[in-house]
Design a protein around this ligand. Structure first.
Ligand code: AMP
Ligand code: MG
Length: 318
């Protein structure tokens, strides 16, 4: 049988050097981050960025997040401001992405930010991507390592399931600690949350002592905000207590729920655990060929907001 996992590599120094050679030559590698696995390429190299779009079949209007090793390297590419400095000192490295005005002298490929006058920047925390960034002379553009619209990967094996051998190297950093994508905050005007994610917007609000409006404008500021996304390819029904015929049920905070079609996001009702398990459980259900997924009501607070945002987008199933 064909082994689909032979492109998964342990994060040894030797293998990270191999990954460096691939990206130095304009290739793409899959890397762990604390949020989800990313498909990474040299953010300065147009051709390398184009490869990410092709592999993911990502709509060309959807710009990428660029990953940096530190604040200094961000300053070369983007204008920073007071809110950025406050937030970055408190929450980075970590699951927070900042939208900043791009500098004219920035070397970031116009394909990565779709020619906008802004760029999305993040300093990840996961140690292996930081090790890789620290031996590179450029930042890495890295969207989630999955086909556009489908489930995000939280293990190296998930990435192999998505891309087989079309990605040469997948660095295995184990299970992602957070399990959902970064929170995206626009800092080019009054701070606005563009995407709920791994850092609860409530924590940011408390820290900045401002009320952060959720982005509801009809003008789409963040192209990734629209349409079907995070989808397991079968219908998802939110706020349900029962599965449909042939379907699976995802429960939250319930004990003694044992059946072949019942999956528990967190027995103890912890939203952090639910976020960490979320994409893995959806993927297991999909692989087991259930026909639909019904999901218990998830409290719409803290990381529950990010989970609900993803469930809503995943339930646009046509
Ligand atoms: P992903 O890389 O798939 O995790 O998605 C990145 C998210 O950041 C998407 O929702 C993008 O639309 C958003 N994004 C990236 N760059 C920008 C930008 N310059 N302005 C606004 N949103 C952005
Ligand atoms: Mg994604």
């Amino acid at each position: 049988m064909k082994n689909i996992y032979s492109n998964i590599y342990k994060p040894t120094n030797n293998n990270l050097t191999k990954a460096k050679i691939i990206v130095d030559n304009g290739g793409v590698v899959a890397v762990p981050t604390e949020t989800v696995y990313g498909l990474a390429a040299n953010a300065y190299n147009n051709k390398a960025i184009q490869k990410i779009y092709s592999l993911k079949r990502r709509p060309s209007r959807n710009p990428l997040i660029v990953h940096f090793k530190n604040i200094e390297s961000i300053k070369k590419e983007a204008f920073i401001n007071k809110n950025f400095l406050k937030l970055v000192k408190k929450f980075s490295p970590g699951p927070l992405t900042y939208i900043l005005k791009k500098k004219k002298i920035s070397k970031i490929s116009k394909l990565a930010n779709k020619g906008l006058d802004t760029i999305a920047v993040r300093i990840p925390k996961e140690k292996n991507i930081i090790k890789l960034l620290s031996i590179l002379k450029y930042p890495l553009a890295a969207p989630s390592a999955n086909k556009s619209k489908s489930l995000s990967p939280t293990t190296a094996k998930h990435v192999a399931e998505e891309f087989g051998k079309s990605v040469k190297m997948i660095i295995d950093g184990g299970v992602c600690k957070i399990g959902i994508e970064s929170t995206v905050i626009d800092l080019t005007t009054t701070p606005k949350i563009l995407r709920e994610g791994g850092l609860s917007s409530k924590i940011i609000e408390k820290f900045l002592k401002v009320k952060l409006t959720e982005y509801k404008s009809k003008i789409v500021k963040s192209p990734g905000q629209i349409g079907l996304h995070y989808s397991p390819g079968i219908p998802i029904y939110m706020n349900r207590e029962k599965a449909t015929q042939g379907g699976a049920l995802i429960v939250f905070g319930k004990k003694n729920y044992n059946n072949h079609n019942i999956f528990n996001l967190s027995i103890n009702g912890k939203l952090k655990d639910a976020a960490k398990n979320f994409f893995n459980i959806l993927r297991i259900i999909k692989n087991k060929k259930f026909e639909s997924i019904s999901v218990n009501k998830i409290p719409n607070k803290d990381l529950g907001k990010a989970i609900n945002e993803r469930l809503k987008r995943a339930s646009f199933y046509e």
